[in-house]
Write a protein that binds this ligand. Structure first.
Ligand code: FMN
Length: 193
């Protein structure tokens, strides 16, 4: 899938409207037209010999600069989030377009998921060596948001990795976006500090 692919269910310039009831299925389908990046949120190993908790997340967002906060929304039904919450720390790994298989392995709870090259951050969460960027965080807050939690994390350490396009999730499928921005063309870093 490419982001330039046309969606046959929508005519250009004539957005559909007037649906009578907002069902979960309709909300999921319409919200799927908004592209998100894909991150892997990891937490420290709960005990020696046990695998670290990790979950694929599309709701990651930057929240605040002062203080430095990021956030994401784990479902209340998630079995992974309580394990990360218990540790009070997590690392956000931004996945690249070529890490679709890594993403699928973690989303499917593949027993070989941790064969992907990684190291531990200073706070003990796994950092994928091929992540495009990462944020090592302490849990700052957790607010109820319907059937999800809105979790914020104080960024304790962060960095960028190899260059390349990010993995994107759109309309139920994976894709990538071309970096055709003013900043990419001029070689300038994007945005103010
Ligand atoms: C592209 C993509 C994005 C996802 N985004 C979220 C998310 O933002 N929040 C969430 O709770 N689960 C999200 N999931 C589902 C989780 O990765 C996971 O499957 C779910 O939490 C159930 O697993 P668990 O019970 O082991 O936590 C996403 C899955 C995919 C494939």
């Amino acid at each position: 899938m490419s982001l330039s692919a046309a969606d046959s269910s929508l005519q250009r310039g004539t957005p559909q409207s007037g649906q009578a009831s907002v069902t979960a299925g309709l909300l999921r389908r319409v919200a799927g037209h908004y592209p998100t990046g894909v991150v892997l949120v990891t937490g420290p190993r709960p005990a020696p010999g046990q695998p670290p908790p990790a979950m694929v997340v599309g709701t990651f967002t930057s929240v605040s600069l002062h203080p430095a906060l990021v956030g994401f929304l784990p479902a209340k039904s998630s079995t992974t989030w309580p394990r990360i919450r218990a540790a009070g720390r997590f690392c956000v790994n931004v996945l690249g377009a070529d890490q679709q298989q890594v993403c699928r392995r973690f989303a499917a709870a593949d027993p070989h998921r941790w064969e992907v090259p990684h190291r531990e951050t200073a706070t003990g969460s796994p950092l994928l060596l091929d992540a495009l960027a990462w944020f090592d965080c302490e849990v700052a807050g957790e607010a109820e948001a319907g059937d999800h939690w809105f979790v914020t994390g104080t960024v304790r350490d962060l960095g960028t990795g190899r260059p390349g396009p990010p993995l994107v999730f759109l309309r139920g499928g994976y894709g990538h976006c071309a970096e055709d921005t003013d900043a990419a063309r001029s070689g300038r870093p994007a945005g103010p500090d």
